[in-house]
Design a binder for this molecule. Sequence first.
Ligand SMILES: C[S@@+](CC[C@H](N)C(=O)[O-])C[C@H]1O[C@@H](n2cnc3c(N)ncnc32)[C@H](O)[C@@H]1O
Length: 190
Amino acid sequence: MDNIIDLLKKCRRGPQIITPKDAGVIITETGLNSGKRCLDAGGGSGFLTLMLANVVAPKGRVYSYEKNPNFAEIVKHNVKLCGLEKIVTVKNRDAEEFSEKNLDLITLDMKGAENLIGKCHKALKNKGFLCVYSPHIEQQNAASKRMKKEGFSQIKTVENIQREWLVGTHTHPIPSGVMHTGFLTFGRKI
Ligand SMILES: C[S@@+](CC[C@H](N)C(=O)[O-])C[C@H]1O[C@@H](n2cnc3c(N)ncnc32)[C@H](O)[C@@H]1O
């Protein structure tokens, strides 16, 4: 039977995704597990939404906000393909309008994410996490500053670089491939 990694290879792609290597860091840094309630914006191609849903199933929930109707359709298609319709609610709305409360994790991968940070602090449970993802360090600086201003604790920014090696008689790192994907800034409501 296909697992989530097999299924993601069959998913449609629209906007640039968060890769499984970065989703893995989000899951481990926040201690995400079954039953947790998450909000993910923007939904994009749904890849992070799906990785989160795979972990919080069967009792958890992921609310995925995507304002572009074409991309929201891609997220819905991919959620169905992965059989996660009971876990994920896709909302074709601006994330600024989100109304969910008592969340364990909020992930933001969208322009202007820093403007949502105050609202995120209010919507998180005590000890809940916020994670802002961006390929650009300027957005991480803005997010970091705003997290501090809004009262988040344990703020930190990380980059997760993976280097694959070719193993054989002449073993060496593969000299091509994606090095930089994005920066991840975490904060916790404590
Ligand atoms: C880089 S993509 C997200 C990719 C996604 N994390 C994934 O793994 O597939 C950014 C998305 O944010 C959406 N977006 C930007 N601003 C938004 C907003 N205010 N509310 C909801 N979605 C927004 C864009 O339409 C775009 O699809």
